[in-house]
Design a protein around this ligand. Structure first.
Ligand code: ASP
Ligand code: MG
Length: 633
């Protein structure tokens, strides 16, 4: 390929040098560039294709350069997969890609014909024709680079450019596909390399909702949501978008507008945190219905054990969702994690063997749990959010099995039967059904953001020298030495207990950072949380009133280490790498909590500096930057 190719690095450079929303074209007025993506339902038949073509033409006539990305029509991809399986099950992956990539090729040809029939020049391209190069993992390939020359030429000559979504070629010109729903990722990636002003996703819903409206009918459409909130709510609105496309958008600062193909009304903007800011503490909530929990009991409290456990799980290619490790007692701790219900049999087998290898007492599991999460950037500043959630669940008699938090998310594990009711209660208790009245939204103009990308991580060391666009990026590792941990031992494992604890904390005006509750094996459970060191005694005193029979312990010998990044949801192995780096330095992990965009661990205070240094190394991050660490005096 001889065209100009954008790698991550020159993209960052070009964004740094010119972050303006509109580019000046010599001799003409300013021209914007728009990527419009039409999903399968939006191009299902000829009328819909013509309607989509008219929409692209309207943008073109308004002076935009327009790139259209299309999916296969209707259920084409499913039908092709079924057909393949009638012949060979499972079908060979290379040939399956050859087959299913045709769905998009049909769509681009028809779309280009439609635009031309309406009197505007247009040209269609396959992934290969524009030089969209991926790795060689058939049916789940990741984008490595995209050439822009051919698209630019066509745009400059006044054509609307129609690109097949979901497909590319590998280094040996084999056709690859990006995984189901991958056209979103194509669209956002093109918007990134072309430095488009926005990527419009036209679909059969009119935006992103506060939660899935099929489960909670009073859910309402959001005006705006931040990339991180959207990632943390990956299951929100029944997966309106491919998570990888949101990761792309965040990495390259592309504003996304999710909107209905069938109306002109504003949809939902997925944008940077500053643009997405709104008044409430919670933006949305989500339910993952079919999770399973595995708890490893009696885990010896020494360095390296969690690494050994999760290394084995990762090796078996099992995707772990929540990980919770609570404070150790008498040299032993419990580590719980969740996997999707369908992975349970496999995960149990691996966990069993791993438990033996690390000298744990045994394992326990629950095949029928659901995860309910509330997400909102506002949690960074509002106190008492956890309390409100726990209180509402407690009042409804719903028991919380496990809790884990990140800066903008609180997740609880509940019995599967309580999942849907818990989601409704969460939605209601934060008033998410109330109509949003932001008078400024009609005039909202999104900004392209500079890429936040910093450290780059690839499982394949060779790829480190020639990074791909979709590689995992770790944006930061942080050390926080300002926190203390409060642990409530022997909290009765009944509804409302956590609520009671956090009510007192909220009343005391103390801001709670990380909360971890591990599942109770029996009638009692342990609840830990971190608070600013200066307020720890005050928080503990408040809690002592709540649990007279329990023990409240304050521990200030701790440091909190966090890893944040883009791609942590869809790349496995971040946790393994983090735990592994700490294990190599013989650093003990005292507490863990995870989310889609962040991993937090608590280590002994004295290990903080060594911990941050080895994490920087493990994730290839530049040397110390004083702004990323906070220390207590
Ligand atoms: N046609 C592909 C699929 O059905 C890609 C897409 O629709 O985004 O998964
Ligand atoms: Mg789709």
């Amino acid at each position: 390929m001889s065209q100009m190719v954008f790698h991550l690095d020159n993209l960052q450079l070009s964004q740094r040098s010119g972050g303006s929303r509109l580019r000046q074209c010599p001799g003409t007025a300013t021209v914007g560039l728009l990527v419009q993506k039409f999903g399968g339902t939006s191009v299902a038949d000829s009328n819909k294709i013509l309607a989509a073509a008219r929409r692209a033409i309207r943008a073109h006539q308004a002076g935009e350069k327009v790139v259209v990305v299309v999916s296969a029509r209707g259920h084409t991809t499913d039908e092709l997969i079924d057909l393949a399986k009638e012949i060979s099950d499972p079908p060979p992956a290379r040939e399956l890609d050859m087959l299913i990539s045709t769905g998009e090729q049909v769509s681009v040809a028809l779309m280009a014909m439609a635009v031309q029939a309406l009197g505007v020049p247009a040209i269609s391209f396959t992934g290969a024709q524009i030089g969209l190069v991926t790795d060689s993992f058939h049916t789940r390939a990741r984008i490595r680079e995209i050439a822009t020359d051919r698209i630019r030429q066509a745009l400059d000559s006044g054509q609307i450019v129609i690109v097949a979504g979901f497909q590319g070629i590998d280094a040996n010109a084999n056709i690859t596909t990006l995984g189901r729903g991958g056209s979103d990722t194509t669209a956002v990636a093109l918007a990134a390399v072309l430095q488009a002003d926005a990527c419009e996703i036209f679909t059969d819903v009119d935006g992103v909702y506060t939660t899935d409206p099929r489960v909670v009918p009073e859910a309402r459409k959001l005006d705006r949501i931040s990339y991180d909130e959207m990632l943390e709510l990956a299951s929100l609105g029944a997966g309106v978008m491919h998570s990888r496309s949101i990761e792309f958008a965040k990495k390259y600062g592309v504003p996304i507008h999710v909107r209905s193909s069938f109306s002109d009304s504003n949809g939902t903007w997925i944008v940077g945190a500053d643009d997405a800011r709104h008044a409430g503490s919670v933006t949305g909530c989500a339910l993952v219905k079919d999770e399973a929990r595995i708890t490893v009991l009696g885990v010896p409290d020494r360095p390296g054990v969690v690494h050994e456990l999760f290394r084995r799980i990762a090796q078996a290619k099992i995707v772990v969702d929540m990980i919770v490790q609570n404070v150790a007692f008498q040299g032993q701790t419990e580590v719980s994690f969740t996997v999707s219900a369908e992975d349970l049999p496999n995960a149990l087998e691996v966990a069993q063997i791993a438990a033996q290898a690390i000298g744990a007492a045994g394992i326990d599991h629950d095949a029928h749990v659901s995860k309910v999460s509330i997400v909102g950037q506002g949690m960074r500043v509002h106190t008492g959010v956890a309390f409100s959630l726990f209180k509402a669940l407690g009042e409804a008699g719903i028991n919380i099995d496990m809790i884990t938090t990140s800066e903008i998310k609180i997740s609880v594990l509940v019995a599967k039967a309580a999942g849907v009711p818990a989601l409704r209660i969460a939605h209601k208790s934060f008033g998410l059904e109330q109509p949003c009245t932001d008078p400024t939204h009609a005039h909202f103009k999104p900004r392209r953001l500079a890429s936040p990308a910093r450290g780059l991580v690839s499982s394949d060391e060779e790829a480190m020298t020639s990074p791909g666009m979709e590689d995992l990026v770790i944006t930061d590792v942080e050390l926080d030495m300002t926190q203390s941990r409060v642990t409530v031992q022997n909290l009765p494992n009944t509804p409302g207990q956590s609520a009671h604890v956090f009510e007192l904390i909220a009343n005391a005006g103390v801001f709670v950072d990380m909360i971890v509750q591990n599942t109770g094996r029996g009638t009692h459970t342990n609840l830990s949380f971190t608070v600013p060191r200066t307020e720890a005694e005050q928080a503990a005193a408040a809690v002592r009133q709540a649990v007279p029979q329990g023990q409240v312990v304050v521990d200030s010998d701790l440091a909190k280490l966090s890893v944040t990044g883009v791609g942590m949801r869809t790349h496995t192995g971040v946790a393994t790498r983090m735990f592994g780096a700490l294990a190599d330095r013989n650093i003990n992990i005292a507490m863990i909590s995870t989310s889609e965009v962040r991993l937090n661990v608590i280590t002994p205070h004295g290990a903080g500096q060594a911990g941050i240094a080895c994490l920087r190394q493990a994730f290839h991050l530049p040397e110390p930057d004083s702004s990323t660490s906070r220390s207590a005096t």
